[in-house]
Write a protein that binds this ligand. Structure first.
Ligand code: UTP
Length: 308
């Protein structure tokens, strides 16, 4: 299957304001490298070479991150810097194309903006807020199904019922195996009582090249934005097969401040260089917390006694 990636990164990132006033959300670090670098690494490990990044004003630093920095490389020549070497290898192995989304009209519009970079290749969409740790890279899992079944594939995850209105939710035509579903319909951010399942669309898709024409002339949908789910719905209406797959592995949502904090803690706990210090620090906090809690409990008991 011929395939190219789109990484939409043109959004305002309002949940991270004021930081995102000048710093692209996609470059916020997860321990020792920017979030978007994990996503590109997942793409490379899934066999993808071509990355189309949709960016906007104030996002030029993303272009710089995926470009050589010869002055710095010269300065560091004598002290081998592994982190710099890692990103240099990514740059060498891959092709990056940056396309500007002039108005932030939604995810569907961002994908549509990248149409001129595609001929007949399939489209691997990576939302850079979602970071996965999987034995087989998340996108590779989707590509395998898309190739075998000759269909569009979207990644899904079960979410608590009270969270369905934060996501696009799928309506299942048929469950094909414990983790694979034939999709009947998709509904963007449904009300809790209108959600046809609790299977939420998460940030990875493999779509046929017809997704671009499916997004042509699309009206503004949920939240006043051009929604990618509406474009996929048009693929369904035109008779294309859409499957949903529960990705095998762990997903981290780094798109909110607390989600980003949790992702950092989890990645630090697994990092060969930082795990020891992180464990020590967390257990020290835990001890302090237990002491504080027992002091608070003792105080509560005293107050209760006094009130009798
Ligand atoms: P989000 O819904 O997370 O929006 O977009 P956002 O702007 O990044 O963040 P908040 O909600 O304001 O905090 C999902 C992905 O789609 C991209 C974003 O950059 C993000 O990677 N996107 C969204 C675009 O590229 N263009 C858009 O018009 C909207």
């Amino acid at each position: 299957m011929k395939i190219k990636a789109i990484i939409p990164a043109a959004g305002f990132g309002t949940r991270f304001l004021p930081t995102t006033k000048s710093v692209p959300k996609e470059l916020l670090p997860i321990v020792d490298k920017p979030a978007i670098q994990y996503v590109v690494e997942e793409g490379i490990n899934s066999g993808i070479k071509d990355f189309v990044m949709v960016t906007s004003k104030n996002k030029k630093a993303i272009e710089d991150h995926f470009d050589n920095f010869s002055e710095l490389e010269t300065i560091l020549k004598n002290h081998k810097n592994e982190s710099l070497l890692e990103i240099s290898q990514i740059i060498e192995k891959s092709n990056f194309l940056f396309i500007r989304q002039r108005e932030q009209l939604g995810l569907g519009h961002a994908i549509w903006t990248a149409r001129s970079a595609f001929n007949d290749e399939h489209v691997a969409v990576f939302l850079p807020d979602d970071i996965f740790t999987c034995e087989i890279p998340a996108m590779a899992q989707l590509i395998k199904i898309a190739t075998q079944e000759k269909c569009n594939v979207i990644a899904v995850q079960e979410v608590p019922k009270e969270d369905v209105s934060r996501y696009g939710i799928i309506d299942v035509r048929r469950q094909l195996s414990p983790n694979l579903f034939h999709v009947k319909d998709l509904i963007e951010k449904p009300a809790i009582n209108k959600a046809p399942s609790n299977l939420a669309i998460i940030g990875r898709y493999v779509l046929s090249p017809n997704i671009f024409s499916s997004l042509d002339n699309l009206q503004f949908g949920a939240g006043g934005e051009v929604q990618l789910t509406d474009g996929i719905q048009n693929l369904l209406l035109s008779g294309e097969k859409v499957f949903a797959y529960k990705v095998q592995g762990q997903r981290f949502d780094a798109g909110t401040i607390f989600g980003w904090l949790k992702t950092n803690i989890e990645f630090a706990l697994k990092h060969p260089k930082y795990s020891k210090d992180t464990i020590e620090y967390l257990s020290m906090l835990d001890k302090e917390f237990l002491i504080m809690q027992s002091k608070a409990d003792a105080l509560k008991k005293r107050v209760t006694k006094l009130s009798f």
